[in-house]
Design a protein around this ligand. Structure first.
Ligand code: SF4
Length: 82
């Protein structure tokens, strides 16, 4: 979260929000929900609330510390609320 990454389509990830609200039948197969369970099982402290929408205030200003512009990839959160 908020770090340079090896993901080929982005240069860094930044996820000040985790979780989401399932709002449609299409959410039944949500990849982000499955991944959040996995990350919690791996002990990632950002996912202690499972898939419940959670703000991580300590990450909000993280991009301000980056020295050069980066392409940011965000995922596993409720983008409509951000
Ligand atoms: S990220 Fe949210 S809106 Fe998208 S499929 Fe998952 S629960 Fe539904």
């Amino acid at each position: 979260m908020g770090v340079k990454t090896g993901i080929e389509w982005t240069e860094a990830t930044w996820n000040p929000l985790t979780g989401c609200t399932q709002v449609s039948p299409g959410c039944a197969y949500c990849y982000a929900k499955i991944l959040s369970r996995r990350l919690k099982a791996m002990g990632n402290p950002r996912y202690v609330n499972n898939f419940e929408l959670t703000l991580h205030p300590d990450l909000l200003e993280l991009p301000l510390k980056w020295k050069s512009p980066l392409i940011i990839g965000r995922y596993i959160d409720d983008r409509a609320r951000f």
